[in-house]
Write a protein that binds this ligand. Structure first.
Ligand code: GLC
Length: 481
């Protein structure tokens, strides 16, 4: 969503070259038009609203698996992977289209690379995969009747979307398609904004490609639109787009990046819960690039990833974590290591993530919280103890003590998820204290406590600020004792 940085003049100049490009855009896109042709405008509006109402009505049921899943794998893979300098290379470096097209010939991934991704996703505890079927560069990873700029007719010589779908299914994972509406390659991709003829052609082309994706690969679980620049939802005929999608895939989930609300919001590179009742998914890179970027060494740690996953779950959201495979399809070793560490942690602690619900919790500098019903999970990132204060303050005895201020619900029992051991605790109106803990964290990158409460756990340490008994200002009796 970095369109602010786009120089539109350069953009236009480049695309006017594309008109003469070697890649053929076929006129055989009648399929994509069938809905529009069939109906008069009034009937279309009525039909469209009924489909959108139905979409809202079936949402909870369609999204049940997705809410349970919490963790997915995003895959950015394209011609830009051959360059290896971020997926925006074409525009960010101003590569002429006719040169960029040569990459399509040199993109020759090893067979079934997607199986490697799917196995990795399963080991990592991810429950669904979303792959770029066409990114902004315009190259289609699938077999298309509408363009020759596609995997089957270029270097790969085979349908990479088919391989992806088969791989995900073989590992028992749900299947999602990323699709960029913005297209830097198609001759109408910019002039569609101002030229009605171009708009019609480009909308037919785009709807046609989406129709192919929704028709040729069996049941698809997620459609993940991206960047709708340069047109409005009306110009994209986005309602008709979704209508077609739901007719072909009645159980699918769609995001909000085609100008419509869709089923879920898509905060990017940040964790920000949507308003209550609205589904959301944070998508994030493991380093700083979505596409393979040889020089990008800004890797997050597994600890950060685990913490982000828990933060998303805390707010009732999902976490879609990206890999940027190399041109041959292999996954950078750093990503593999991070995902395997996260997967091992989930083997023990998955209960504290999958199927959890949005909670009402205050900020904690050392931990995240998740919950399911009346069970609270404390994800302790930074282990307490080792402080001289433990000698002097009864509060911190018997050491090591982990305290949570502002828990409003009565606790029945506490245990460590890693070992299953029960943990001694005390509780008063201000604080829950877990006591006599080991001096070193029992689990890595984060230790999780399962806390059974009498009711839905609510944590609000702001509330204790006003209730706390305050003593004298300055040196008073309590301190001088
Ligand atoms: C942005 C970027 C794009 C990436 C996407 C993922 O829209 O343009 O490169 O695919 O975010 O959310």
């Amino acid at each position: 969503m970095k369109m602010d940085s786009v120089s539109r003049r350069l953009f236009l100049k480049q695309l006017s070259v594309a008109g003469a490009g070697a890649i053929v855009y076929s006129a055989r896109n009648a399929e994509g038009l069938s809905i529009a042709k069939a109906a008069d405008p009034q009937a279309t509006t009525a039909q469209t609203s009924s489909v959108l109402n139905k979409e809202a009505a079936t949402r909870a049921q369609r999204m049940a698996w997705w809410h349970e899943a919490k963790f997915g794998m995003f895959i950015h893979w394209g011609l830009y992977s051959v360059v290896g300098q971020h997926e925006w290379a074409m525009e960010a470096e101003g590569i002429p289209i006719l040169q960029y097209e040569l990459l399509a010939k040199h993109f020759q991934p090893k067979p079934n690379a997607a199986r490697e991704w799917a196995r990795l996703a399963r080991r990592a505890g991810q429950k669904y995969m979303v792959m770029t079927t066409k990114h902004h560069e315009g190259f289609c990873h699938f077999d298309s009747k509408l363009t020759d700029y596609c995997a089957t007719r270029q270097g790969p010589g085979r349908d990479l979307v088919r391989e992806f779908v088969d791989a995900a299914r073989a590992e028992g994972l749900r299947v999602g398609f990323y699709y960029s509406l913005m297209d830097w390659h198609h001759p109408d991709g910019v002039r569609c904004k101002t030229d009605e003829g171009a708009r019609k052609r480009f909308v037919e082309y785009s709807h046609g490609l989406i129709r192919e994706l929704m028709t040729n690969y069996g049941k698809i679980d997620v459609l993940w639109y991206d960047v709708d620049w340069p047109m409005t939802a009306e110009q994209w005929e986005a309602e008709r787009m979704n209508q077609m999608v739901f007719e072909l895939q009645p159980e699918i989930i769609v995001n909000n990046r085609n100008g419509l609300e869709g089923d879920f919001s898509t905060p990017e590179q940040e964790i920000e819960a949507a308003e209550k009742g609205r589904a959301w998914e944070t998508c994030m890179t493991m380093n700083d690039s979505w596409g393979y970027n040889r020089g990008d060494d800004g890797w997050k740690t597994a600890k950060t990833i685990v913490s982000n996953l828990a933060s998303c779950a805390q707010g009732g959201g999902n976490y879609l974590l990206n890999i940027g495979p190399k041109p041959d399809g292999s996954v950078p070793v750093e990503s593999v290591e991070i995902l395997e560490t996260v997967g091992k942690w989930l083997d023990t602690n998955g209960k504290s993530i999958y199927g959890t619900e949005r909670g009402s919790f205050s900020w904690n500098p050392n931990a995240n919280y998740t919950r399911r019903g009346a069970t609270l999970y404390i994800h302790q990132q930074y282990w307490p103890g080792g402080s001289p204060a433990a000698e002097w303050l009864p509060f911190f005895q018997p050491a090591t003590v982990l305290a949570i201020g502002g828990l409003k619900t009565k606790v029945k029992s506490v245990r460590l998820l890693k070992t299953g051991q029960n943990v001694p605790f005390t509780q008063d109106e201000f604080s829950l204290r877990l006591t006599a803990l080991p001096s070193q964290a029992p689990d890595h990158p984060t230790t999780v406590f399962e806390v059974e409460c009498e009711d839905e756990p609510v944590i609000d340490h702001n509330a204790i600020r006003s209730q706390w008994p305050r003593y004298k200002v300055g040196i008073g009796e309590e301190l001088s004792k």
